[in-house]
Structures are given as C-alpha cells and as structure tokens.
Design a protein around this ligand. Structure first.
Ligand code: NIG
Ligand code: FE
Length: 387
C-alpha cells in the first residue's frame, strides 16, 4: 500500500537542493509515500498513481516537527506554582523535587498512561519525533522505570538522573554523583540513547557535569546539557568541549559561549515555552543565528517550567519574541531538532527519509506564526501512516 499526498500548495522539504531557499520550498507539489518512507517528490502534475490519496487541496505541507527536548514521564502537576509565578514569584527549579515525590509515588501504569496521553497530544499537533527524558525518579529503580516507559513511546530517550540532587542526598552531592555514575547509569543505559545534566547553580556544577557526561559517553550514550538557563555559567562551553549534540536553553550567553557554539557541531536548542511560563527573558536567537550557530526549537514539555507540548506555539513564540523569521523558526522546529538528535532521516522530506508529514490548514508555513493559538494541523502522516 502506498499513499500519495497530492495537490500541495507549498511543500517545505528542508532540502535546498530540491526547492527555493533554506526551506527548499516547492509549489504545486506531491509526495509519494511507500513502506513508511518518502519514495518520490515532484510536481503534482507528474505524480504517479497510488493506492490511496490524501488531497492537500492547495494547503501547505511540512516535515513533522522534531521535538528534541521533553520531560513527559512524571505524575501530578504544578499549576499552583505557575499561578504563584504569574503573581511575581521567580522560577528556581526548586519545584522539581515536588514532581519527584509525586512520580515516585505513582504506579507504572499511571506514569505510562500520563506520558502516553502527552505523546498523543504532541502527535496531534504534528510532532512525529520526540525526545523524552527521565529525571523525576532520581533513584536507581525510578530512573530505570522512567526510561523503560519513555522507551515505549520513542527511541530518543535521555537519562537525566542529574536533574537535581534528591532530598535524601541533601548536602551529599558527591555521593549522589557517584550513584549516578555507577549503579544508576548501569540500570539506565540499556534504555537510553542520550545522557543529560542540568548544569546550573543549585543543580550540578561543571565538574560534576563533566564527570557524569564523560562516564555516560564511555557507556555509549550521547551527551546533551541543560545549559545557561537561569544564569551565566559553564554549561555551554562544556557542551562544546564534550561535543554534546545539543546545549539546551542557552538563555544567558557570553560572547565566548556564542562563538563556541558557532564553531562547533553542538546545536543551540532554544525552549521559548520555558521563558513564557517562567516569565523570563527569552534567549537571543538572532545573535546565535547571525554568528552562524545551528538553532533548534523544542517544547521542554514538563510540569514545572513549560507545560506545553505544542511545537506550533514554540514557533510562534520564536518569531514574535526571539526575532527569528518564520522560515528560521520552521527550520529550527524540524531540521534543527533533527540535527540536535543527530538524525538525517527526519526533519526533511527527500526520497528515503521517514514519511512524517504535517498538512497545515493554511496555504503557507508563515501561518504557523501569523495565526498563533489556532489549531492549524489538519492531517499528520507518521511513518507513512495517516493518523
Ligand atoms: O528544562 N531546568 C531543568 N529542568 C526543566 C524544568 C523541570 C521542572 O521545573 O520540573 C527545564 O526547564
Ligand atoms: Fe528541560
């Protein structure tokens, strides 16, 4: 069975060799999908016959969103903390321990059901690839459990035992780091592709982060870092030093941080949902782009700092608040996310790529930022299957 997505008004391929500009835009196009892959792309007038047809009727089609940063495995919410912030309280990350307590108390099925619902919610909004972190278990058994559940939803799983030092290790950060680097990593690694550290004042310093990421890399995991979110620090430079796939947040950057990112393969992943929900200043995307850094956009979906699963919302924020052009933001939410996960089979539409497509209820990708808050995702094709 194959599927022809036909009569596409504007097709975003993210393949500059195929179409106009960095988004590789084609007009009046069609895409043939076979066995979960893109089999052919061309002019609608030249489209081959197919078993089934999805008529885009002049609407825009783009690669499915690649959300390269989320924390979907948790229990409870922190709506009261959000309300307190909107009344003037600052965000410090201290609420993470509240979610850790709720998550530890939840059953496997409760966690599975809650994470599965969020995954569905994201998929309906066009997210066809998602990275999911642990980080609300913070014991050997609870971190391994979170990763097992995450693995049921995605291949892009990340071990974040180094989210904060849990209450039972208060004042004994060195002991907790030893636990992470030994038994916790051994239990987590079989279920994870990546390892992440929250490198920030109040969480883990650069020496602890380096130790954890280095031992994780030796165990075969790729590195990523929560860096420079709440203040300036060493996270971004450490990410570049370790050839991490991504430095995430990047809100407080020095010139040296920007230069380091620009001359590296480490992607700057910006998470504007976090600034929105913590009422913080947004990262300076323009500065990163103008310096030549690769920028990705992701949701950071979590119950504390950014309880949104919507990539379209992040695109709109990036354009309005971070001075990205709509084309830059759409690229960052698709191809940029793929770079942050070191993938070349998603975030792009070319023969051989995974057949993940979003049909917008709009004639152009510009509408994602131009019509914020409007449900513009009319159809999603994931792995070649129309939802
Ligand atoms: O990426 N900053 C660290 N971790 C999450 C927030 C977690 C929470 O507040 O529960 C983040 O923003
Ligand atoms: Fe995060």
């Amino acid at each position: 069975m194959n599927l022809l997505v036909d009569r596409i008004g504007e097709l975003v391929t993210n393949d500059p060799a195929r179409g106009r500009g960095p988004l590789g835009l084609l007009r009046d196009a069609a895409v043939l999908v076979e066995d979960g892959r893109v089999a052919w792309i061309g002019r609608a007038a030249d489209a081959p016959a197919a078993d089934r047809r999805l008529d885009a009727d002049g609407r825009a089609v783009l690669p499915g969103f690649v959300d390269s940063h989320s924390h979907l495995v948790f229990a409870g919410d922190r709506a009261a903390e959000f309300a307190a912030r909107m009344a003037g309280e600052p965000y410090t990350g201290g609420g993470i321990r509240t979610t850790v307590a709720a998550t530890r108390a939840a059953s496997d099925d409760e966690l599975r059901f809650a994470a599965g619902r969020l995954r569905e919610e994201a998929l309906r909004q066009g997210t066809t690839t998602i990275e999911i972190k642990s980080g609300y278990g913070l014991s050997v058994a609870d971190e391994a459990r979170a990763l097992r559940i995450a693995r049921e939803l995605t291949d892009e799983t990340t071990f974040l035992g180094a989210h904060v030092v849990p209450a039972e290790y208060a004042g004994r950060a060195d002991d907790y780091v030893s636990l992470i680097c030994g038994p916790m990593l051994r239990a987590a690694a079989p279920h994870a592709r990546w390892i992440d550290v929250f490198c920030e004042r109040g969480a883990f310093d650069a020496d602890h982060a380096r130790a954890i990421l280095t031992v994780g890399q030796a165990a075969g995991l790729g590195a990523r870092i929560h860096a420079n979110q709440l203040g300036p620090g060493d996270g971004v430079r450490l990410a570049v030093e370790l050839d991490a796939a991504s430095a995430d947040h990047c809100t407080h950057l020095s010139d040296a941080d920007v230069d380091a990112l620009a001359s590296s393969a480490t992607v700057a992943t910006l998470l504007p949902g976090a600034e929105f929900s913590t009422r913080s200043r947004y990262p300076d995307a323009r500065r990163l782009l103008d310096a030549g850094a690769t920028v990705a956009l992701a949701t950071d979906c979590n119950p504390g700092s950014s309880y949104t699963s919507s990539m379209p919302f992040c695109v709109a924020l990036a354009v309005r608040e971070m001075r990205m052009t709509p084309a830059e933001a759409v690229w960052a939410a698709t191809a940029g996310g793929a770079r942050a996960l070191r993938r070349d089979d998603v975030g792009v539409l070319r023969p051989g790529a995974r057949a993940d497509l979003v049909v917008l209820d709009a004639p152009s990708h510009l509408h994602l930022a131009y019509r914020p808050g409007v449900p513009l995702i009319s159809d999603v094709v994931h792995n070649g299957v129309k939802l």
